[in-house]
Ligand binder design. Structure first.
Ligand SMILES: *Cc1c(COP(=O)(O)O)cnc(C)c1O
Length: 372
């Protein structure tokens, strides 16, 4: 019997089968609300009050969720976190950056810096995938960049500020909203809304300390920067609750809805608490398992938002993922370039911890049928 022939009993089907690490589960309530208000919102001008009020609510909601100091600002623009790397290479890095590289996403930002003809070669501090992140003894760059959660491997880096005065620029794309963070430890915390914020992609958001805003202002005066990547233009537009060019209005709406859901239920503590519950379930299950084991050995660095679970050679994890997919449980395949016999399970706040528990039982059911 091949595993994709196995039909899971009803009791082993989660209420929602989306466990992808991005784009990830969007809550039904948010989609239903959007459908209800669509005529007064979708297809209306992003320079008018209707949409601008949503942007204003996102900016103030993020300020509340992250307990930002008064002098921090919330910026946003079109293009997602990948675009933000390009913008940062123009508007945040003065001469040279330092990067902690621990997987695909952190390595991509380092590549952007390496390729930029106006910058010196970056300082790279690399750790093998899944291992405890190494920090450099001295930070030579004027930007110090690392991911809060390396989504490709499920390794968490504590948000920390090294000695010296490099700008601390943290990729919070998958962590933001699902992991606690002290805003005084970063100068820039940037992310996109298709992960913990249960919305769509295509937007970047950045929480910026005054030191970062000063850097943006200073560099803009002396360096040619394409307008779509110019963070000073983003600052100007964000202050008016707008983006420089047209954003996806549905993305903004779903993000705002998710933010209000988090805030009304207790804020970041509530949201991170849900991810913690899911993480306890999935790692607790994998730790004592006959075939499975958490990929990240160092428990202090195991991600509470994207769990990576290895399987031993008796199990074909790709076949297991295919069997789950055939039963409507989707996107638990590992990060494609990691090349491991693994499942990656998103544990973002929108995902029900009970569904994570059901998923582990569904996997066990399939494993029994695969082994037999
Ligand atoms: C998903 C992700 C990105 C890329 O985000 P896009 O919005 O697709 O550009 C970057 N960094 C991390 C850590 C991510 O998880």
């Amino acid at each position: 019997m091949t595993p994709d022939d196995v039909t899971l009993p009803r009791a082993l089907l989660p209420s929602d089968g989306r466990f992808g690490s991005g784009p990830s589960k969007v809550r039904d309530e948010a989609v239903a609300t959007l459908a209800r208000v669509a005529h007064g919102y979708l297809g209306t001008s992003h320079r008018r009050d209707g949409v601008r009020a949503v942007v204003a609510s996102i900016r103030s909601g993020l300020r509340d969720l992250f307990s930002l100091p008064d002098d921090y600002e919330v910026l946003l623009g079109v293009g997602g976190s990948t675009l933000f790397w390009d913008a940062a290479s123009f508007g945040l890095v003065e001469r040279r950056s330092t990067h902690l590289v621990l997987g695909e996403f952190s390595s991509k930002f380092a590549q952007v810096a390496r390729a930029a003809p106006h910058l010196d070669d970056p300082q790279i501090c690399e750790t093998a995938p899944g291992e405890t992140p190494i920090r450099p003894d001295t930070v030579d760059g004027d930007v110090y960049a690392y991911p809060h959660n390396e989504t490709s491997t499920g390794v968490v880096v504590d948000v920390h500020r090294p000695r010296g005065d490099a700008l601390v620029v943290v990729d919070g794309t998958s962590a933001a909203g699902g992991i606690r963070v002290d805003p005084r430890a970063f100068d820039v915390y940037y992310f996109a809304p298709q992960k913990s914020f249960a919305s769509e992609g295509g937007l970047w958001l950045a929480l910026c300390a005054p030191k970062a805003l000063e850097r943006i202002d200073r560099i803009t005066r002396t360096r040619w920067i394409p307008a779509t990547l110019d963070l000073s233009i983003a600052v100007e537009n964000s202050r008016h609750d707008q983006t420089y060019n047209t954003p996806a209005l549905a993305t903004l709406f779903l993000l705002e809805h998710q933010l209000r859901w988090m805030l009304e239920n207790g804020g970041l503590e509530f949201a991170a608490g849900r991810s913690d519950r899911s993480a306890a379930i999935v790692y607790g299950w994998a730790d004592g398992h006959k075939y499975a084991t958490p990929f990240v050995k160092d428990t202090a660095h195991r991600s509470p938002v994207t769990a990576t679970i290895d399987f031993d050679e008796r199990i074909d994890a790709a076949a297991l993922a295919a069997a789950l997919r055939a039963n409507g449980i989707v996107d638990v395949e590992p990060y494609r370039k990691l090349g491991r016999n693994q499942l990656r399970i998103a544990l973002f706040p929108a995902i029900e911890p009970d569904d994570v528990a059901t998923l582990t039982r569904a996997i066990d059911f399939l494993l029994e049928h695969m082994a037999g």
